[in-house]
Design a protein around this ligand. Structure first.
Ligand code: MG
Length: 167
């Protein structure tokens, strides 16, 4: 594994930790609006992102490389609405997908098959993440000013929990 690939994996690991921070800030916004179900959705999302970061941390260790922690930017703490949080989340996931594509390109150029294989899980995961955010945005737009439907969605999201994937 060449140095630039190790650096890019570290960059991605740090971005996953940052993503966790981003979603926790969204959770705090939702809590501030007394929408505990939406807050729970983002807390679970933050836990998932931390899990992603740790998956890369472990992979670097397994490959005899060092995980290098970096400082992170302050996430956005203020949002206009719940829809706004999900739109920011969707844009964040789209950016993350681009980062994984770039990382895969680097791994392929390096003919680093273990890393290419490792990254496949994340690329599949990104398809799910983008689909999830897109579908919630569509629901929120359809709900619009129907407060009953909005609070039903809040209740639905209070049930979401984090289960670490087996693979
Ligand atoms: Mg992630």
């Amino acid at each position: 594994m060449n140095d630039s690939l190790v650096e890019a994996l570290n960059d991605q690991m740090n971005f996953e930790f940052y993503s966790s921070h981003v979603y926790l800030a969204m959770a705090a916004y939702c809590s501030g609006e007394s929408l505990d179900g939406f807050a729970n959705f983002f807390i679970v999302q933050a836990e998932e992102e931390r899990f992603h970061a740790m998956k890369i941390y472990k992979f670097l260790n397994d490959r005899g490389k060092r995980a290098t922690l970096a400082g992170m930017n302050t996430p956005l703490n203020d949002y206009k609405s719940i829809l706004d949080t999900f739109e920011h989340g969707y844009a964040h996931e789209q950016l993350n997908t681009k980062k994984f594509y770039h990382l895969s390109d680097l791994a392929m150029n390096d003919r680093e098959h273990a890393t290419i294989h490792f990254l496949k899980w994340f690329i599949d995961e990104q398809v799910e993440e983008e689909a999830l955010f897109d579908s919630i945005i569509n629901k929120l737009k359809r709900i619009d000013k129907d407060s009953n439907a909005f609070f039903m969605l809040d209740t639905e999201f209070s049930q979401r929990s984090f289960t670490p994937p087996v693979a």
